[in-house]
Design a protein around this ligand. Structure first.
Ligand SMILES: NC(=O)c1ccc[n+]([C@@H]2O[C@H](COP(=O)([O-])OP(=O)(O)OC[C@H]3O[C@@H](n4cnc5c(N)ncnc54)[C@H](OP(=O)(O)O)[C@@H]3O)[C@@H](O)[C@H]2O)c1
Length: 236
């Protein structure tokens, strides 16, 4: 049954990894959830009850389709900008990184989250909602090879901080989830055994805790969120 009083979230990049784990938890907590991914054929089965909108967050027509899906539900309480591009793998030094690849990283990790934020601000203001942008420790640490991705996450952090200042009625977070055993992490460490990294499900309690308790807008390390059991320690 559809109800305009039911909490409603949009989670981008929910085809696998952290986005899928978070969307699954929100659904089981009674949220209505709109999700996307470019490869979304499996999502009706993986996320029963979700509204699945296949597509690429960098595509304006796809973002319009997301807006239409949210309009159909009548409200938006939570926007999670999770979809992300790592750039080329293996991670190249800045001296040789192709500019087209950097442009795509910035389109995906900075411009698309901003475009979606602009698109949904009226609904988020109406619901006193939450914007959660998924960042990385690479935004603040100078890891060799991580220049394109890291600078995109640094830009996302700054957009988040300015949005928080401009929209005091919203809860606005950028969240560093810490290392997770996902396809993106494997691409960052090709050929390495990443089985010691925590599953993305381990980070979800921290995200749910932020959403439920609405501490002041901030940049947050998931590992520092009090009361979220099972949260993975971020590796340096
Ligand atoms: N894994 C880590 O260790 C780690 C550490 C720090 C921060 N993070 C951040 O955590 C977030 C989740 O990462 P993850 O490790 O869960 O990644 P992941 O396993 O690679 O999953 C990323 C998801 O985003 C989707 N996606 C990618 N580009 C998209 C686009 N342009 N449009 C729509 N969907 C797109 C992917 O599906 P399709 O490819 O089918 O579109 C996939 O469902 C990201 O913001 C990442 O930067 C991850």
């Amino acid at each position: 049954m559809t109800s305009t009083s039911q909490l409603t979230a949009l989670v981008t990049g929910a085809g696998r990894g952290l986005g899928l784990a978070l969307a699954r938890s929100l659904l089981s907590s009674g949220w209505r959830v709109v999700v996307d991914a470019r490869r979304a054929g499996h999502l009706a089965g993986a996320l029963p009850g979700a509204v699945v909108v296949p597509g690429d967050v960098t595509d304006p027509a796809h973002r319009d389709a997301l807006a239409a899906a949210v309009s159909g539900l009548g409200r938006l309480d939570l926007l999670v900008n999770n979809a992300s591009d790592l750039g080329p793998s293996p991670l190249p030094p800045l001296a040789g990184v192709p500019l087209a690849a950097v442009r795509h990283v910035l389109e995906t990790n900075v411009l698309a989250p901003l475009a979606l934020t602009q698109m949904f601000l009226p609904r988020l203001r109406a619901s006193h909602g939450t914007v959660m942008n998924i960042s990385s420790d690479a935004a603040v640490e100078a890891y060799e090879g991580w220049g394109a991705y890291g600078s995109s996450k640094a830009a996302l952090d700054q957009l988040t901080a300015v949005l928080a200042a401009e929209e005091p009625g919203l809860a606005v977070y950028s969240v560093d989830p810490g290392d997770m055993r996902t396809e993106m992490h494997q691409a960052a460490f090709p050929g390495e055994d990443i089985s010691d990294r925590p599953a993305p499900e381990a980070v979800v309690p921290a995200l749910l805790q932020l959403i439920a308790t609405r501490p002041p807008s901030a940049r947050v390390r998931a590992a520092d969120v009090a009361g979220a059991s099972g949260v993975a320690e971020a590796r340096a």
